[in-house]
Design a protein around this ligand. Structure first.
Ligand code: NAD
Length: 356
């Protein structure tokens, strides 16, 4: 079966880090087929739109999408605003590809343990935050000003279907890990949270191989700092997930090394997904071979695991990244005294040679 990956390198450091991710993926699985397309500012400059129809078509017929990053000062003032890369490409891709689940692992890379704001072993975490991405208060209608602007209204809506489909993915992901889900809500106050809890509890009863517990969001925010090791998979709605995923990733201390996936419905063999580093296009260092490609490379590992069901290949990449850091190689953003400064390409190549 062909495994087709659309590569949207994008702007700024996007092309540099994506090239290294593709290099690593090719080395792990030579049967992957890659096809490049323009997105973001690069696409806008080329044809006047940040998400050309040909790029969207390519994504739709591929099994997975690897995205670098989009945007930069050059396109910040493009008018109309819906043609700016972040809106016209990123948000449009999420909507068009029905990417309703955002998956963000927060895993401390042991050689970088000192970067965690939590001291010592407390900073050693390995969890995944699963955030519902297309529902809840960010999308509910009405959203408006009333009383001549003196009152503001946002609406939070969730349906059983929306909760079920993301919970289903959380169960699947928990099965690739420690089989534990903490479902986070505010069921003591919010009706949408009570529905969320009911649906997740029903699904827990049908999936007894995964241990499911419930936690209120304020407690979760506290527990993430107090004892983050207790978490394996955190499953939560859009706004809570937005906040908790940032909190969880900061525990690792290295925002620039973190991958992410946005997933949609199951396809045969795996989930369709868009994989991207959580960092942006870093225009300040673009084109200088100073960018750290690890977040993009680890995004590639997530692609193998979730879209292509290749847990072993993903683990090989993760181990090679850790070995490379263990050997003391560092790009400029994580360089410290006593380590060896390398370029984007050198970091990518060093990881390839350690794939074993
Ligand atoms: P940024 O993540 O691009 O950069 C923040 C800082 O981190 C910069 O100093 C940068 O040099 C550094 N950095 C980021 N990634 C790095 C890497 N891999 N290696 C080394 N250093 C790295 O965030 P920003 O400066 O707020 O945004 C820049 C542009 O990126 C903006 O146009 C923004 O809209 C866009 N952006 C895009 C995405 C995306 O495409 N998903 C996400 C966030 C921001």
């Amino acid at each position: 079966m062909p495994k087709h990956v659309a590569v949207l390198a994008g702007d700024g450091i996007g092309p540099e880090v994506t090239a290294e991710a593709v290099k690593v993926l090719r080395a792990v699985d030579p049967t992957l087929e890659f096809e490049d397309a323009l997105v973001g500012g690069a696409a806008y400059d080329d044809g006047g739109h940040p998400l050309p129809a040909s790029t969207l078509d390519l994504c739709k017929k591929s099994d997975a999408v690897l995205l670098g990053a989009v945007g930069g000062p050059k396109w910040d003032h493009v008018e109309p605003a819906h043609l700016r890369p972040e809106v016209g490409a990123l948000l449009a891709l999420r909507a068009e590809l029905h990417l309703f689940a955002n998956v963000r692992p927060a895993k401390t890379l042991k050689p970088l343990l000192n970067a965690s704001p939590l001291k010592g072993a407390a900073g050693l975490v390995d969890m995944v935050v699963m955030r519902e991405l297309t529902g809840g208060i960010y999308f509910g209608q009405p959203r408006e000003r009333r009383d001549g602007g003196k009152t503001a209204v946002d609406t939070c809506i969730y349906s059983v279907h929306e909760v079920e489909r993301i919970a289903e993915q959380a169960f699947m992901i928990a099965r690739t890990r420690r089989h534990e889900i903490v479902s986070v809500d505010k069921a003591n106050v919010l009706e949408t949270s009570r529905l969320w809890r009911e649906v997740v509890s029903d699904m827990a009863a049908k999936n007894p191989d995964v241990k499911v517990t419930h936690m209120l969001v304020d407690n979760c925010a506290m527990q993430l700092v107090r004892n983050p090791q207790q978490f394996d998979v955190i499953l939560t709605e859009n706004m809570f997930g937005d906040i908790l995923s940032d909190e969880a990733s900061m525990i690792t201390g290295s925002l620039g090394l973190l991958p992410s996936a946005s997933l949609s419905a199951m396809r045969e063999g795996g989930m369709f997904g868009l994989y991207e580093p959580i960092h942006g296009s870093a225009p300040d260092i673009a084109g200088q071979q100073r960018a750290n490609p690890i977040a993009a490379i680890l995004s590639g590992a997530m692609m193998l695991r979730y879209t292509f069901g290749d847990n072993e290949g993903a683990t090989r990449i993760e181990a090679a990244v850790e070995e490379t850091l263990d050997a003391g190689l560092r790009t400029a953003d994580i360089f410290e005294k006593g380590t060896r400064l390398v370029s984007t390409q050198e970091m990518g190549q060093a990881i390839v040679t350690r794939l074993g």
